[in-house]
Design a protein around this ligand. Structure first.
Ligand code: ATP
Ligand code: MG
Length: 440
């Protein structure tokens, strides 16, 4: 992409309304624009990251055997009346009336709807287990939307739902999702810790929140320091094998949110020098809730004995849009964002330091074509801004590599490659710069 043709509205001033660094940087780097309180337009640079995050979530859901579908954002109130949640959900639910005076709502979550879909088609234990998911916008009329996309009112969530014939098999589905969550966050370069958690309005009796430790997080958390170093299963993990050893390794050490914290147990189980009490950002949550929805909605499954009973369910959310903010909280410095490669909007920023100069223009054109040919995302700064402004912009938007092309280096046949994360700079002949930055 040529910057001169792109839409990258960088802000020079630090927006006053932004309280935390990720919100400030997303506004400054032209990633989002607030359209109403807690409601954002995703500008092109932000959208690229949002899509990369969503794609990692999708790939890991698929790997774990979950199946993607897409449910609508608007739902009938009557559906939620079946489970009693229409009244119970309270002011966070955005209620809408259509021209026929039918009551609708903008979905804050989809347990009721997926149960309705399931009920319409699936009757036998032979069709189970199943895990269905979608990546769809949600609306919750939060009391205090803040921190940009971290606590929005409209936000993008991946929500998966598991269906099993009995509790034992439902726990296997829970374990699958648990392990896939470990992989999702690790692939983004984040260490998210599963912590025992309250179930809230989703309901149920078993739940873990996946939390990234950060001072700006909204949840108080307690954990054993060693959970920070546990190994995450690789992509060769066999989801049909017994996953309990992984679950046990990750749940043996103390890790709990404030809401369910047990101080006596924490002190008993965790040596003093291993006790961490800090704050964290909730990026995902898994719930087992049994027949909480299937029973009132009469979503019945015939077991091997021929007896019909409500299915056993769980739900599994990932805050896709919140993750974009959380990633920046975890990866930035004074100069701006430092994207992990897996979610970077472009891998390379190519800076032409002397636009209009025959040699630099030609070298940049050659590099740009070579990166594109290799299928590497590159943002080519072909504008006539001065070099200092180009460097500042590239540092701010945080692409992993900068390729800097100026007359001085070119006189020796070289360009400079700067690694954003380390600040390391090396000069290479053009062909070598291409080879190094395009190798897998
Ligand atoms: P929170 O405690 O932060 O309000 P929640 O527990 O109500 O979140 P869940 O129902 O567990 O949220 O939703 C699944 C995921 O969706 C959360 O783990 C979080 O990452 C994300 N999420 C929830 N609410 C918001 C929001 N207002 N803005 C952005 N992401 C959100
Ligand atoms: Mg939650």
């Amino acid at each position: 992409m040529r910057l001169s043709r792109y839409f990258l509205p960088i802000l020079r001033e630090t927006p006053k309304e932004a309280e935390i660094v990720s919100h400030r940087l997303m506004l400054r780097a032209g990633m989002i624009r607030q359209e109403a309180s807690g409601i954002y337009a995703w500008l092109p640079l932000g959208l690229r990251v949002l899509q990369k995050v969503g794609q990692i979530v999708r790939e890991e859901m698929d790997r774990a055997g979950a199946i993607e579908l897409l449910m609508p954002t608007l739902q009938l109130a009557d559906l939620w009346r079946e489970t009693g949640r229409y009244e119970a959900y309270g002011p966070e639910m955005l209620r809408i009336v259509d021209r026929h005076k039918r009551e609708l709502l903008y979905g804050p979550t989809n347990e009721d709807m997926i149960t309705e879909i399931f009920r319409a088609y699936i009757r036998s234990y032979r069709d189970l287990p199943k895990i269905l998911y979608h990546i769809q916008w949600k609306f919750r009329d939060e009391q205090r939307p803040r921190f940009g996309v971290m606590r929005g009112r409209e936000f993008l969530m991946k929500d998966a739902y598991s269906f099993d014939v009995d509790e034992a098999s439902s726990r296997l589905s829970y374990n699958r999702m648990f392990v896939s969550y470990l992989r999702i966050f690790a692939r983004m370069g984040l260490r998210a810790i599963p912590m025992r958690a309250e179930t809230g309005p989703i309901g149920g009796d078993l739940s873990h929140e996946f939390i990234i430790l950060a001072q700006t997080g909204e949840s108080g958390v307690f954990c054993h320091a060693d959970v920070l170093n546990l190994p995450v299963p690789g992509e060769d993990i066999d989801y049909d094998a017994d996953l309990t050893p992984v679950i046990e390794a990750w749940t043996r050490l103390y890790a709990a949110t404030e809401d369910v914290h047990d101080a006596a147990r924490f002190e008993r189980e965790t040596p003093e020098d291993k006790r961490i009490h800090t704050r964290g950002i909730e990026v995902g949550q898994v719930f087992y809730f049994g027949d909480k929805y299937s029973k009132p909605m009469q979503a019945l499954i015939a077991g091997p004995d021929g007896v019909e009973r409500p299915f056993q369910g769980g739900s599994y959310g990932v805050g896709v849009s919140r993750l974009v903010g959380a990633l920046i909280e975890a990866n930035h410095d004074e100069a701006g964002i430092i994207w992990p490669e897996a979610v970077a909007p472009f891998r390379i920023g190519l800076a032409n330091l002397k636009v209009g100069d025959g040699a630099t223009d030609a070298a940049c054109a050659e590099l740009y074509a070579a990166f594109q040919k290799a299928g590497v995302d590159v943002l080519y700064d072909d504008t006539d801004e001065r070099p200092g402004a180009k460097f500042a912009k590239l540092d701010l938007i945080g692409l992993p590599y900068q390729v800097i092309v100026g007359p001085k280096g070119l006189a020796e046949g070289k360009v400079e490659v700067k690694t954003r994360a380390t600040g390391d700079r090396q000069s290479y002949p053009l062909a070598e710069a291409v080879a190094r930055l395009t190798e897998a």
